[in-house]
Design a binder for this molecule. Structure first.
Ligand SMILES: Nc1ncnc2c1ncn2[C@@H]1O[C@H](COP(=O)(O)OP(=O)(O)OP(=O)(O)O)[C@@H](O)[C@H]1O
Ligand SMILES: [Mg+2]
Length: 384
């Protein structure tokens, strides 16, 4: 009875997933169901300079932009799940000695301190158990995942959201949100990316922040930040052609490819002056060093995991974030890393009405919606 009542009350509450990205503000509203249904999906370019390297430097400006977006799109939902920028969030799997539940907070804080590059009194620290201690041998340590961020970063995020007239419910981390969307997009009733012995890799490539996450079944093994992101490809093109950043973005999304193939048939048919100026081969040459850096950092992360954990079978990589849409990227990563690499298709986690006015844009954004979809899905969990 109580549950039924709770559900009834909760149903009035609709939650939105909001990502304040360096390049784009993205809002996703979902309705519970299996799968959850896409109610709204809207976005706006982040005002230039207001978010730098993921950090909110102009909360007022960002808040105003969010408010404008919600008003223009008649979005009434007020409860928000959002995420911190990767650059100021720390997450790590750690083990703590077996202690009573009541002493766990203290033990985690003590252990976590050495992994957190900020004074422990100035961070918000959260954690989750990776295993149920009851199922483990008496004296084995407890594996937990910690998440921490400076209080000041969180306060700023909350401030921007409140200034936009919204109420923050949960502040998540982007790699976890992306992972949730990727799992949900697997469609099976028990979403597993791999068998219990293999490891899958999720690479979330944002404009300024990239994360790599290793999972086995439903268990997160490792999450790390990677310092190469989609903006770096833009900057390489900007420098090579002496363009503004905005012009270089346009050139990147229209013409760039990071696979070594020469002109495709489609390119040859659509031949024009710009196409000649921004030739595939030249763009490939300009972006190749960035691609190499990205690949090297991914390799280093995988190596780091191998050193800690011994030989692992990496079965597949799923890529998300707007940066995953760079032409030729799955193939280039697959060739370099020797594993299957696919786009994650986060929208397939949802039931989407093809005639809805937001659908076309949602399809265009595609991979870039992984984080806001994952955030909105977290809001759904509350309704269980
Ligand atoms: N079709 C495309 N081809 C190549 N790059 C693309 C394409 N579409 C989007 N991008 C790139 O994706 C990036 C934006 O991705 P996304 O929206 O995930 O970033 P963000 O969430 O704003 O940034 P962050 O999370 O790092 O703060 C931009 O660098 C953009 O150029
Ligand atoms: Mg992002």
């Amino acid at each position: 009875m109580q549950n039924a009542l709770k559900r009834l009350l909760n149903q009035r509450v609709s939650t939105i997933g909001l990502e304040i990205g360096t390049s784009m503000i993205k809002v996703v509203e979902l309705r519970p169901g299996s799968p959850p249904a896409l109610v709204r999906s809207v976005s706006a370019p982040t005002p230039p300079g207001s978010v730098k390297e993921g950090a909110l430097v102009e909360p007022q400006l960002v808040a105003q932009e969010i408010r404008n977006l919600l008003t223009a799109q008649h979005i009434k939902a007020r409860f928000v799940v959002t995420a911190l920028p990767n650059q100021s969030a720390i997450t790590r799997n750690i083990s703590v000695p077996r202690v009573d539940r009541k002493d766990l907070d203290g033990a985690v804080r003590w252990e976590a301190e050495r992994y957190i590059p900020y004074p422990i009194d100035e961070v918000v620290l959260d954690y989750d158990l990776l295993d149920e201690p009851a199922g483990l041998p008496q004296d084995s340590p407890i594996e937990i995942v910690i998440a921490a961020a400076p209080q000041e970063v969180i306060a700023r995020q909350v401030e921007a959201i409140r200034l936009a007239g919204l109420e923050p419910l949960i502040i998540d981390l982007k790699p976890f949100a992306a992972l949730r969307a990727v799992y949900a997009a697997q469609k099976s009733p028990e979403p597993h990316l791999t068998s219990e012995s293999d490891v899958a890799v999720i690479l979330e490539i944002g404009a300024s922040g990239t994360s790599i996450t290793l999972v086995r079944g439903q268990r997160v093994l490792m999450t790390r930040n990677i310092t190469v992101s989609a903006d770096d490809f833009t900057v390489a093109i900007q420098r090579g052609y002496n363009l503004s950043f905005a012009e270089a973005e346009e050139v990147k999304t229209r013409y760039a490819t990071v696979s070594s193939q020469t002109e495709s048939e489609e390119d040859l048919l659509n031949f024009d002056a710009d196409r000649e100026r921004y030739a595939t081969a030249r763009l490939y040459e300009l972006t190749r060093p960035v691609l190499s850096d990205l690949i090297n950092e991914v390799r280093r992360s995988l190596e780091f995991y191998r050193v800690q954990s011994g030989e692992v079978i990496l079965s597949r990589m799923l890529i998300t974030g707007g940066g995953a849409k760079l032409r030729g990227l799955p193939g280039a990563l697959s060739d370099a890393l020797g594993m299957k690499v696919e786009l994650a298709h986060p929208l397939s986690a949802l039931s989407v009405d093809p005639n809805h006015p937001d659908t076309e844009l949602a399809n265009q954004l595609g991979e870039a919606l992984a984080v806001p979809i994952g955030l909105a899905l977290r809001g759904m969990d509350r309704l269980d």
